[in-house]
Design a binder for this molecule. Structure first.
Ligand code: BGC
Length: 413
């Protein structure tokens, strides 16, 4: 990241003092998020593994062993629980559960059930993500989400996860950022770049995402009544030039609003926010040269979280919000604390204005593989990629300390 002050200016609502973090309601969820492929390593049956091993792979850097969370998950859970977090979001990798067409791995299912039990034993409420960008290669190679049987095949996977759910899953996210999944073909083809705003999702994949989500939600409710189900949408804070506000709705509609409306019957809506998108009078995203950029090239804009959550609450007034991802890629951990302090202050302001927000999950517990790059470090914990040694950064104890029971005042169980 270039030139980010520890007390940020521009694109923010003003620095918050740490005390502003103190006023979250009782029962608020304080969580950390990780994804399966980005942290597990060795997902050799997945389409992203195939992609990184193409002779002319478009990916700049390989995921490879990632940060070996497939084996080191007890250590990861210890770090989250030890810092005081109450909730733990992690991913289940479909390509491990069903590595070949209709071949299910009992060992992989047992593995994920052990993580769920391990979280519960440590006092962490486990939330599982069923799909986070990666697909089994057999499914992807035969059309992926455009397959006519996509819903049916996802439901077979959902059915196979019954032992994982029964081990004590507390919350399910069916799909991580369906609006980004629907934009992946354009992102992979180099036509779009998230630094210039959320890309336009493909309409057919959008329809498939909504159909899969609704079917999976119904199946999970039938098989596992009582476990809340939702999905996590990439929602950015759209801001327009004065007088050009009508471009906002047009821009947001295919990028997130359609995915938010599809969550109208859900138990919660997951909001995943990293930046604002500033639109010019024609509705084109513009990057402000005066706003510092993070290691991902995104504008440093912590208050985007409050703006995004307020818009979600207006769009879906009857569905509780959980911030399932928010964070920043910076090398200097002091900046992560400053960013998160201000993001939480903006979230608190959205709640004071009426948004029903039940929790905040930080992305990410660990520095991990950022979809083709190792450079952008989002973690509360650094990982040595040669030894896999985990080294907590000061932000881990700081943010975990906001949760109840750790001396913070961030609410109680
Ligand atoms: C994704 C994560 C990613 C993060 C930061 C979200 O879009 O769910 O996989 O690492 O943003 O880019």
């Amino acid at each position: 990241m270039t030139d980010v002050p520890t007390t940020p200016r521009a694109a923010s609502s003003g620095a918050a003092s740490p005390r502003e973090v103190d006023s979250f309601p009782s029962g608020f969820l304080w969580g950390v998020s990780i994804g399966a492929h980005q942290s597990e390593g060795g997902n050799i049956a997945s389409d992203w593994w195939a992609l990184e091993n193409l002779p002319a792979s478009p990916l700049a850097e390989r995921c490879g062993d990632a940060v070996d969370s497939y084996h080191r998950w007890p250590e990861d859970l210890d770090l989250a629980a030890g810092a005081g977090f109450t909730d733990y979001r992690f991913g289940i990798e479909w390509s491990r559960v069903e590595p070949a067409d209709r071949v299910f791995s009992r060992a992989a299912i047992d593995h994920y059930a052990r993580i769920v039990r391990g979280a519960v034993e440590r006092g962490l409420r486990p939330m599982v993500t069923l799909h986070h960008f990666t697909l089994p290669q057999w499914f992807s190679a035969a059309g992926g989400w455009n397959r006519a049987d996509a819903v049916e095949r996802f439901l077979l996977y959902v059915n196979a996860l019954a032992p994982v759910m029964a081990a004590g899953v507390v919350r399910v996210m069916t799909i991580n950022e369906p609006n980004i999944v629907a934009a992946l073909p354009r992102l992979a083809g180099g036509e779009a770049n998230i630094a210039h705003g959320v890309p336009l999702p493909d309409p057919e994949i959008t329809d498939a995402m909504i159909a899969v989500h609704h079917a999976a939600t119904a199946r999970l409710r039938e098989n596992h009544p009582g476990i809340p189900v939702g999905w996590g949408v990439s929602v950015q804070d759209y801001q327009a030039e004065p007088g050009a506000e009508d471009v906002l709705a047009l821009h947001a509609e295919p990028r997130d609003t359609v995915f938010l409306r599809a969550a109208a019957g859900d138990d919660y809506i997951g909001v995943q926010t990293y930046f604002r998108t500033h639109l010019d009078a024609d509705g084109k995203p513009m990057l402000d040269p005066d706003v510092p950029k993070t290691l991902t090239g995104w504008e440093y804009c912590p208050a985007a979280l409050g703006g995004a959550v307020a818009r979600v609450a207006r769009t879906l007034p009857h569905v509780p919000v959980i911030v399932t991802e928010n964070g920043v890629a910076v090398a200097d951990d002091t900046q992560r604390i400053a960013f998160t302090t201000e993001a939480l202050a903006s979230l608190r302001a959205a709640m004071d204005a009426g948004a029903d927000v039940r929790g905040y999950f930080h992305w990410s517990l660990l520095d991990n593989w950022e979809w083709g790059h190792w450079g952008p470090t989002f973690g509360l914990v650094a990982v040595d990629r040669a030894t896999f040694t985990r080294t907590p950064k000061p932000s881990l104890a700081w943010l975990g300390g906001q949760a109840p029971g750790t001396g913070g005042e961030g609410g109680s169980h």
